[in-house]
Ligand binder design. Structure first.
Ligand code: FAD
Length: 428
């Protein structure tokens, strides 16, 4: 059986951050990088906008400002992003402050989906050239922490240190992994909301600030804005009960591609459950299945004009008097979001949208489309035994799947931090 110094599961930013950091101090380390897909499936591949200002992408329970800023500087030094200019924001800021909303000023870069794919290929090629065994389409299945062996869909291998970074799609996998390895965990918060799509003319702030981050009252915020050649997409998930559901999301291509004149962004509300509900994730999956039920197996879309009048959107209505642009995700079912979204979320999100319309007048144009559901699950929080995300002897759990990040840069920083832990333990 081959034995590796380090096995890294997942070629998303968390896994890559760890791999590059470890190589930088131990170029002869025997590293295996396992990726179950043909290419990394996370945000590096989708839109690839990167935020370089705390707290975006850095969950507060693990990251304080000073610590995050130090790690962010290391991420930036490695990735060398081209930071986008921001301009003409004073008026928006004043309007926001007046109504109790905050506009966060975040340093950002944007590669687009095509640019992200190029970056992933370059990074994987660099790792291979440096001697890392990069195995695409090989799935990590389980590990035995006593014998320090890992099982994939192809073989059994030994490890000295194991870093597991399976991303958000790996939520169920990670829960099972923690149970099998007796790693205690607690429930995490969830985000539920809508994706808004409109013409750039109705949300012109994006010409001056690529991904404007508005923080509204009631734990509600804008998230992941995409514009230019921008598309709403759906991601397929399998719930713990085996049912399939879709969550919408968005991405855009780089500026090399012709613009379709559209912008999309999410408005999300976070909740955390206590007693008697055991799992926020189960609740989120239940909401998603309700959305699938009302949408006939697809996400729902509704024009703002219809939403305001309390009536459903229909196929005919989409092309009728409210017609302004073709939805970029036409496979969604025109319907009524309020049939599927609980009032607590709906009220906060609608209130936030009205505030946003006061700050950027026009975003609630009758033709604007709301897509539902957009759900963000963060895996149950492992109980870490050190500050480097070690969850069991020699096993590190990092990235969005383990709840140590909520974005590309936070995930990359988590990878560096786990690598720092390994460096300390091994004296590298
Ligand atoms: C459509 C979309 C757009 C996004 N856009 C942005 C954005 O523009 N900016 C931003 O900051 N964030 C964005 N995000 C969020 C971003 O993807 C995550 O924050 C980030 O990628 C998390 O990194 P990660 O390494 O933890 O997980 P991921 O990037 O999800 O990587 C995990 C990898 O592990 C692999 N994997 C999972 N299980 C196994 C297994 N058992 N064996 C082997 N491999 C496995 C997966 O295939 C995947 O490639 C987006 C997410 C999505 C879904």
């Amino acid at each position: 059986m081959t034995i590796y110094d380090i096995i890294i599961v997942g070629s998303g930013p968390a896994g890559l951050g760890a791999a590059f950091e470890l190589l930088s101090v131990k170029p002869d380390a025997k590293i295996l990088l396992l990726e179950r897909e043909k290419v990394s499936s996370g945000g590096l591949r989708n839109d690839c906008k990167m935020n370089f200002t705390w707290p975006i992408g850095f969950p507060s329970e693990y990251w304080e400002r000073d610590n995050s800023s130090r790690y962010l500087a290391r991420v930036e030094e490695f990735l060398k992003p081209e930071i986008l200019p921001q301009k003409n924001l004073t008026t928006y800021q004043k309007r926001a402050t007046r109504i109790g909303v905050e506009l966060l000023m975040i340093r950002q870069s944007h590669l687009g989906t095509d640019g992200g794919l190029r970056l992933i290929r370059e990074l994987l090629a660099q790792l291979s050239a440096a001697g890392v065994e990069v195995c695409l389409e090989e799935e990590f299945l389980s590990a035995d922490r006593r014998t320090k062996t890992a099982r994939t869909n192809m073989r059994e291998v030994g490890y000295d240190q194991l870093i597991v970074a399976p991303g958000r799609h790996g939520f169920d996998f990670l829960r099972r992994f923690m149970k099998e390895n007796e790693i205690p965990y607690t429930d995490n918060s969830i985000d539920v909301g809508v994706r808004v799509e409109t013409r750039i003319e109705h949300y012109p702030i994006v010409r001056d600030y690529y991904d404007p981050k508005f923080i509204f009252p009631e734990r509600t915020r804008t998230f992941c804005t995409n514009s230019g050649a921008a598309h709403v997409v759906q991601e397929k998930y399998v719930a713990a009960n085996g049912q399939t559901y879709y969550s919408v999301n968005g991405h855009a291509y780089s500026h090399e591609k012709p613009s379709n004149g559209l912008v999309n962004f999410a408005v999300l509300r976070s909740v955390e459950f206590t007693q008697p509900l055991a799992s926020g994730q189960d609740y989120a999956e239940f909401l998603a299945s309700l959305a699938m039920l009302t949408g006939g197996g697809h996400p729902i879309m509704q024009r703002i004009g219809d939403f305001r009048m309390g009536k459903r959107t229909t196929h005919e209505g989409l092309n009728d008097d409210l017609y302004d642009f073709e939805p970029s995700l036409p496979s969604c079912t025109p319907g009524d979001i309020s049939l599927a979204m609980p009032a607590k979320f709906l009220r906060s999100i609608w209130k936030a949208l009205k505030q946003l319309d006061t700050i950027v007048p026009g975003v609630l144009h009758p033709s604007t489309i709301l897509y539902y559901p957009e759900i963000k699950l963060y895996a149950n929080k492992p109980q870490f035994i050190d500050e480097y995300f070690m969850a069991s002897d020699s096993i590190y759990l990092i990235g969005d799947g383990a709840g140590t990040s909520r974005g590309i840069t936070g995930a990359w920083a988590s990878g560096i931090r786990a690598a720092d832990g390994i460096k300390r333990r091994k004296g590298w």
